[in-house]
Design a binder for this molecule. Structure first.
Ligand code: KIV
Ligand code: ZN
Length: 527
């Protein structure tokens, strides 16, 4: 491989998904994985297979379906973890990678693991060797590497390479590093380990953003000899997140005068689309002023700047927005658009949907199209959300009418329906509720109808597209009495309707979880 090629290792579906509130279901993960491959990432870390059946299934399906990129599964240095990761990535054949990790810093050795250096060395080499017996591509991460004694780190890296690892990741697990010091650490490893010089192994970096330095540290590491960058879309990840892929890539591309010889295989025109898809699928919206992908990243408000841009774009813009996919939105759809056009647009936006999903989404699209002149891509994406979940839509909103004002008691009339697949019939129910406001009244009526009692813990509303007829998108979290926060999303041209849809989405998730729990309990009681 070209010695100046920087391998982009995306961990949105693993470290990104560890971000509180970011958990994605299988369909959402599949959409993201396919889009990451279109973006051109070299390695997709698809999950941590041993931690749950859901994670195993996701990694396995991504390894079965996603072409081109390498597919990695994470494992601790524990035999059953490595076995699960090996099985999960198996369908990817020789594109499958097992990523094993074990903490090496003194603080982790003494307080978390209770192990001495020689025990760590043994566990690490045993883990790598076991992984190597299952796949040819093994990555090893000495967790908390940036706080590990450099001499011990060199020893660990040498031992892991000897045991069969070809990628040695040096994580800044707690975001403690600063660029110059991290550069020196990576340079020291590079200069002391022959395999990094002769290309038999490469150094990878994985930086967390606790001090806001994840991207700066990653870039410094490249100059120290790192050839793989671990990053996530929009910088999502554990705590303050990971290095943002779009920032690392665009820094390398934009500052070729400085980074000249290094190159990446990313199709930058897919960046904005990928960012939006991940924001929607993870429920973590992007800060407006976020570099590259934030709404304001290319918005110039001052007159002086606008004047300069009009005279010559480069006066105030260091990147052509089209280069990262801004401004490439298609013509908006309208209520006259057919099902095939909607299906094609969903595909273009990166959604992986079944025929059945398209049918449900199309029905909602028509309802929205009746109220709105144009259905923009963002509107369509907001409509999709509630529908590409694995949770069946037990209850559907059929009708909502609210009365509220300065001198009336807010009242809501709600009609919902439930499909009985066995009896091939639809059961409809209607009730009314009063509340402190129209949203409260609507949710109370839904509680009565569905016999649930949810407490709204978080409520967020935003306009999806622009203009007075913009769709409102509501994200909520509700507690149905067991202390768990159940998310719900909904969109509509009316904010009370969007709120009712979001709440019903959470109710359906709660009811589904309850059914799953009852079924598990019944199965465990069966002799
Ligand atoms: O931050 C970290 O150290 C990790 C490892 C598992 C690579 O995520
Ligand atoms: Zn991490």
């Amino acid at each position: 491989m070209d010695k100046n090629r920087i391998v982009i290792f995306d961990t949105t579906l693993r470290d990104g998904e560890q971000c509180p509130g970011a958990s994605m279901n299988l369909k959402e993960k599949m959409s993201v994985a396919h889009q990451l491959s279109r973006l051109g990432v070299d390695v997709i870390e698809a999950g941590f297979p041993v931690i749950s059946d859901g994670d195993f299934k996701a990694v396995h399906q991504i390894a079965s379906e996603v072409e081109r990129s390498r597919i990695a599964g994470l494992a601790r240095c524990v035999p059953r973890d490595i076995e699960a990761a090996g099985k999960a990535v198996e369908p990817a054949g020789d594109r499958g990678r097992i990523h094993v990790f074990l903490a090496t810093s003194r603080i982790h050795r003494e307080h978390k693991l209770g192990k001495a250096q020689d025990q760590i060395l043994k566990l690490a080499t045993d883990g790598v060797a076991q992984a190597r017996s299952m796949v040819t591509d093994v990555e090893f991460s000495p967790e908390d590497a940036s706080r590990t004694e450099p001499e011990f780190l060199i020893e660990v890296c040498r031992a892991a390479i000897e045991a069969g690892a070809t990628t040695l990741n040096i994580p800044d697990t707690v975001g403690f590093a600063v660029p110059q010091q991290y550069f020196e650490l990576i340079s020291t490893l590079h200069d002391n380990i022959e395999e990094f010089q002769n290309g038999k192994a490469i150094i990878s970096v994985h930086c967390h953003n606790d001090l806001g330095l994840a991207v700066a540290n990653s870039l410094a590491a490249i100059r120290g000899g790192a050839r793989q960058i671990e990053c996530t879309i929009n910088g999502i990840g554990e705590r303050a997140g990971n290095a943002a892929l779009e920032e690392v890539v665009m820094a390398l591309k934009t500052r070729q005068d400085f980074f000249g010889e290094f190159n990446v295989g990313i199709n930058t025109r897919e960046i904005v689309k990928t960012s939006r898809l991940v924001a929607r699928m993870s429920g973590l919206s992007v800060q407006r002023s976020k570099a590259i992908v934030g709404e304001n990243a290319f918005a110039h408000s001052s007159g002086i700047h606008q004047d300069g841009i009009l005279k010559k774009r480069e006066t105030y813009e260091i990147i052509d927005p089209e280069e990262v996919g801004w401004g490439s939105t298609e013509l908006p759809l309208t209520k006259h658009s057919g099902r095939a056009a909607v299906a094609a647009r969903l595909k273009h936006l990166g959604y992986k949907v079944t025929e059945e999903d398209v049918a449900t989404i199309f029905k909602r699209f028509k309802e929205v199209g009746d109220k709105k002149k144009f259905v923009y891509d963002d509107d369509l994406a907001a409509i999709v959300e509630g529908h590409i979940t694995e949770v069946p839509e037990t209850w559907k909103l059929e009708y909502l009418n609210v009365t509220s004002g300065t001198d009336t008691i807010p009242t809501a009339t709600v009609k919902i329906s439930r499909v009985d697949a066995e009896k091939k019939s639809v059961h409809r129910m209607q009730d009314a509720g009063v509340g402190d406001g129209p949203v409260d009244a609507a949710l109370k009526a839904i509680d009565r109808l569905t016999k649930t009692r949810g407490k709204l813990m978080n409520y967020n509303i935003r306009a999806v597209s622009q203009g007075k007829d913009a769709l409102g998108e509501v994200n909520i979290q509700a507690d149905f009495g067991d202390g768990k926060l159940i998310p719900g999303r909904g969109a509509g041209t009316d904010i009370v309707e969007a709120s009712a849809r979001a709440y019903l989405n959470a109710v359906n998730r709660h009811l589904y979880n309850e059914r799953q729990r009852t079924m598990k309990e019944a199965a465990s009681e069966t002799p």
